[in-house]
Write a protein that binds this ligand. Sequence first.
Ligand SMILES: *[C@@H]1O[C@H](CO)[C@@H](O)[C@H](O)[C@H]1NC(C)=O
Ligand SMILES: *[C@@H]1O[C@H](CO)[C@@H](O)[C@H](O)[C@H]1NC(C)=O
Ligand SMILES: *[C@@H]1O[C@H](CO)[C@@H](O)[C@H](O)[C@H]1NC(C)=O
Ligand SMILES: *[C@@H]1O[C@H](CO)[C@@H](O)[C@H](O)[C@H]1NC(C)=O
Ligand SMILES: *[C@@H]1O[C@H](CO)[C@@H](O)[C@H](O)[C@H]1NC(C)=O
Ligand SMILES: *[C@@H]1O[C@H](CO)[C@@H](O)[C@H](O)[C@H]1NC(C)=O
Ligand SMILES: *[C@@H]1O[C@H](CO)[C@@H](O)[C@H](O)[C@H]1NC(C)=O
Ligand SMILES: *[C@@H]1O[C@H](CO)[C@@H](O)[C@H](O)[C@H]1NC(C)=O
Length: 574
Amino acid sequence: MAASTILTVCVLCAATLRTGFGLHTVSAIFGEAIDIPCGRSQDKLDGLLFGKWKYEQPDGMAVFVATRSAVKNKTSFDNVTEYNGRLELWENYTLSISNARITDEKRFVCMLITEENVFEEPTLVKVFKPPSKPEIINQPTFMETGKLNKVGDCVANDSYPDANITWYRNSQVLLPVDGVVSIDWSKERNSTSGLHNIRSSLQYLSNKNDIDAHFSCVVTYYMPNGMTIMESDPVVFDIYYPTEKVTIHVQSPKKTIKEGDNITLKCIGNGNPPPEEFLFYLPGQEEGIRSSSAYLISDIKRNATGDYKCSLLNKVMIASTMVTVHYLDLSLTPTGDITKQIGDSLSVSCIPSASKNVSVTWMKNQKILSQPTFTNLQYRDSGVYECETSLLEVDGLRRKKTLRLTVEGKPRIKLSKKTNADGKSKTILYEVDGFPKPEVQCVSLGNGVYLNKTEETTLSNGRYTAKLIISPEENVTIICSAENKLGRESHSLNISAISVPEPVEPNNKSGESNDHAKLIVGIVVGLLLAALVAGLAYWIYVKRTGSASKHVGKELGNTEENKKLEENNHKSEA
Ligand SMILES: *[C@@H]1O[C@H](CO)[C@@H](O)[C@H](O)[C@H]1NC(C)=O
Ligand SMILES: *[C@@H]1O[C@H](CO)[C@@H](O)[C@H](O)[C@H]1NC(C)=O
Ligand SMILES: *[C@@H]1O[C@H](CO)[C@@H](O)[C@H](O)[C@H]1NC(C)=O
Ligand SMILES: *[C@@H]1O[C@H](CO)[C@@H](O)[C@H](O)[C@H]1NC(C)=O
Ligand SMILES: *[C@@H]1O[C@H](CO)[C@@H](O)[C@H](O)[C@H]1NC(C)=O
Ligand SMILES: *[C@@H]1O[C@H](CO)[C@@H](O)[C@H](O)[C@H]1NC(C)=O
Ligand SMILES: *[C@@H]1O[C@H](CO)[C@@H](O)[C@H](O)[C@H]1NC(C)=O
Ligand SMILES: *[C@@H]1O[C@H](CO)[C@@H](O)[C@H](O)[C@H]1NC(C)=O
């Protein structure tokens, strides 16, 4: 059997040489089936006995793999390890090899044997295997500008035949340029599988334009239908570049800085990565303070106003910023609780001191007034004075000082009298001023009885008035005294009995007791002397007996009468 095969081979070898037809080629994809048509139609062949497939070894030896008998319509396969179970030989003598391998790249020959002749049709089998998707490995974490940086190794494995790798930056091919782009590539072939591994290393001179640049590699390889490409995932690198400019700015709670604020000076270099440390220069200081990019100044003072600078540690690239610390002080003299005597003078001043020109506002009892001046203090000058100022530019910077002024004075009292229209009662009116508010008591000299008075009404700041209504049956002398802690003043008034009309007075108001006394003295000196003697005698008598109630009780009458009297009194005044 073996001997006959070898013999046949020799015969066929000779046949191959003789024919010399053009070579057929079959391309197949690795792992898929290879269909190799016989290349010659057997229909036209008379007396076809059988068809046979063989391949040629590198050394020129032929190896038979399959035979198909034309007569018996039967196929048989030779025991060739490489092809066991992988072959099919169709009726049209097409040979199918499943699961294509690189080692299937051979010259296969279809032999059609007739009774008279042997026809041979050689076919070259080509196998193609696409590489793995190219991948960029050994990537650096960053690239520095101005240096040749390794971008990575692009690998595409297991291709057949071999492949090429091209590098791209933003879809533009990178070609080797001295000192700018350097590409090294290598190929290796796995001797068992016959597949190629391709690797290409890129070194690249980066600059700031490479921020966000996409680098990729593309593998170009052959497939049955021609050249094909496959691209890697793009990679983007962090581009490191040196600082070219330093800037400083101030972080403060508000737009404007005021005394007591905490501020942070922030220094920034525009390099990548940004510098982490700087030198900070405070106003007027030559020596820089080494700090992180944030320099905190807490509770800033007004004397911290000035130029703040920062630089890189090597003292180049200095940035500077002006910081103005706003402040506002207010000095009020005098301040607090001040007590002065009526008629005194008092000078007050409210002086602001601020980082900008400011004006002050005076308020008294919540009302705005102009700067007060006191050359002659009156009771009405008493009150709460506030001096206020604010820096409009600086949110919330306002100051207020308070002066609580009290004007004190000894009591002064004036008395006046008139006969009421009903002719049955007389009204005694007093006006008193003084501070603290004086206590007023009126006593009827005749009987030493304290006289009830109406509620005091306030005339103005520190001036009060009240009335006494009496119906004296005899001439009486009334003494009213006003007293506060600073002193006491008394005045007396002679009131004639209700039966006697009062002497004409200049007017109701003129109650100046001294004038009145003079007037009375001038008119009725004798009478009054007598009355005094009588009054005195009577007073002594009353003091002794203590029975004055019958006169006094009539002086005011009951409350209803009082009201009527009051009304009448108002009418008469009107
Ligand atoms: C040969 O036969 C096979 C199976 O019937 C078929 O797939 C193939 O196309 C045929 N080839 C030619 C060249 O006719
Ligand atoms: C690879 O490049 C070489 C040289 O540039 C070239 O000869 C070859 O044909 C290329 N192969 C592929 C698959 O592109
Ligand atoms: C300033 O910072 C200190 C602590 O660092 C804090 O106690 C203080 O309240 C801050 N002052 C202001 C005005 O925020
Ligand atoms: C600024 O004033 C504060 C007190 O308010 C003082 O402690 C500090 O030394 C002063 N700084 C300068 C630079 O004058
Ligand atoms: C503040 O006032 C002074 C004099 O009253 C004036 O010379 C100065 O220019 C003013 N400054 C501002 C910022 O208005
Ligand atoms: C004065 O008024 C009080 C009560 O208002 C009364 O009790 C008293 O008797 C009155 N005195 C005279 C002298 O009328
Ligand atoms: C009141 O009358 C007496 C005599 O009766 C007289 O001495 C005295 O000066 C009079 N007083 C006044 C204030 O008029
Ligand atoms: C009371 O005074 C009047 C004058 O005001 C006088 O005319 C009269 O005599 C006096 N009466 C007595 C009792 O003194």
